[in-house]
Design a protein around this ligand. Structure first.
Ligand code: HCA
Ligand code: CU
Length: 449
């Protein structure tokens, strides 16, 4: 399915495509498809009081570090690590934790049982293929629900499982009914939804909605979708099913978080995340980045649900478990996420942090840092450091010492200790009447660039 507003997503080559839908659309489906395919004005006014569809201020997180995240190239979680991660995510406040299928391996099955028995507040889900054999194993593990998935795109139908939509629909109904009969929560999702036929998708979602599925899922398995396409598809689906809508976005083209946001704007109710975004290839919507995005949309709501100051520890835990570093530019916890450098920024930040910060570092247990030992520095930022050090310099002095910092930093950046030494020396010299002399670091105080 490629909505008409798109010019850039990949379309299956005709040789691999089963061309038209295999089931004839009825009137309701036709009308829904026509709505998507008609040219729509640029999206405006989302999230306003008139926007009754939006779930930006009312959503749940399905945290999939222990499922999608296990598909990350480096990932191997032993039972103890899985339990630590599950407990940390539970304390953070995610509503659901999704686990690898118990059909994947014997240890995966035992781990499902172990985590399902921890008595966490979060609901425990396991993720299975839409197959009775998998469903039978999964319902015996003690989990609260099953996330069921099957590929519906022409690619997956032709090159993966080889089944047509009639077969897939029949199987979906059987599996969903079986899971429901065991009293468990069930979600039915289509893999590669954005390259699936829209009529097929809507038909199968409506079929499972009619038999009482808890959620249907949309998955951008290859990361091809953009926020506009996501909005259109979710909004269309919202008009066709009455159950909840879960969305899963891969990040191949950098839209994981933006797509999750667009999905909520269009009425999706559940978003899949993983810690640091780990998953198959370059992963999915990152938990931290998603929280940052949603905090900006509705700070009170996000802060009431999630213990945001625990993010850093959870990320460190997962980073260590999969032997990676938290990226320097990570949302919220990256080492420079709250560092301000240019003089103009530093001055404004010191007057009012909101000038250049949309996230309050203290809400995430983080601290702001104003970097001053460089050629872009400004005297207001230097003055702030002078005051922090308790030195008595007037504005003219601060301007003079700032000029010295700039001169030195034109050769190489200074670290904070070097800046402090310089400020203290300037202050000392001034007290002893030597402030006319140039204030330079001696060579043994210099650090190799
Ligand atoms: C995968 C499966 C999946 C499933 C998503 C879902 C995807 O290809 O590994 O259950 O909604 O990206 O399609 O992760
Ligand atoms: Cu995925």
């Amino acid at each position: 399915m490629t909505p008409p507003t798109s010019t850039s997503t990949s379309t299956p080559p005709t040789s691999a495509s089963p061309a038209a839908s295999s089931t004839a659309p009825d009137a309701a489906i036709k009308a829904a498809v026509a709505a998507v395919q008609s040219v729509r004005p640029a999206p405006t006014g989302y999230g306003g009081p008139q926007d009754f569809i939006s779930r930006v201020g009312n959503f749940s997180i399905i945290e999939s570090t222990l499922r999608e995240g296990e598909q990350f190239a480096n990932a191997f979680f032993d039972t103890e690590t899985k339990i630590k991660i599950a407990r940390a995510l539970d304390e953070f406040g995610v509503e659901y934790i999704e686990l690898t299928s118990p059909a994947a391996s014997e240890q995966s099955r035992l781990d499902c049982i172990a985590i399902a028995n921890l008595g966490l507040k979060a609901k425990i889900l396991t993720h299975v293929r839409c197959h009775m054999d998998d469903a039978r194993i999964a319902v015996e593990t003690g989990v609260d629900g099953l996330d069921v998935v099957i590929g519906t795109s022409s690619f997956l139908r032709e090159f993966s499982h080889g089944k047509d939509m009639t077969y897939i629909t029949k199987q979906a109904i059987e599996v969903v009914e079986f899971i429901k009969s065991k009293g468990l929560e069930v979600r039915f999702s289509s893999e590669d939804s954005f390259r699936s036929d829209l009529v097929d998708l809507l038909n199968i979602y409506r079929a499972v909605d009619k038999i009482g599925v808890n959620r249907v899922g949309i998955a951008d398995t290859v990361g091809c979708a953009n926020p506009r396409q996501v909005y259109e598809l979710v909004r269309t689906l919202r008009g066709v099913v009455s159950c909840d809508i879960e969305c899963h976005f891969h990040n191949d083209t950098g839209c994981g978080i933006a797509n999750a946001y667009a999905a909520l704007e269009a009425g999706a109710t559940h978003i899949d995340t993983s810690v640091l975004g780990i998953g198959e290839r370059n992963g999915i919507t990152a938990l931290g980045g998603f929280c940052a995005r949603m905090y900006v949309a509705d700070r009170d709501y996000v802060m009431s649900k999630y213990k945001l100051h625990k993010l850093r520890d959870i990320e460190n835990l997962v980073a260590e478990a999969v032997q990676i570093q938290v990226p320097f530019n990570n949302y919220i916890t990256g080492y420079c996420a709250f560092t301000h450098k240019a003089g103009i920024h530093a001055k404004a930040i010191l007057n009012n942090p909101s000038t250049y910060e949309i996230l309050k570092p203290e809400d995430f247990g983080m601290t702001r840092y104003v970097s001053i030992g460089h050629r872009l520095t400004g005297w207001n930022a230097v003055k702030n450091r002078v005051q922090q050090l308790g030195l008595k310099l007037n504005d003219e002095d601060v301007k003079a010492v700032t000029a010295q910092i700039k001169e030195l930093a034109d050769v190489r950046p200074l670290n904070i200790d070097e800046v402090d030494t310089l400020l203290r020396r300037f202050h000392e010299d001034k007290k002893t009447g030597l402030d006319e002399s140039p204030c330079m670091l001696t060579s043994d105080e210099e650090v190799d660039a």
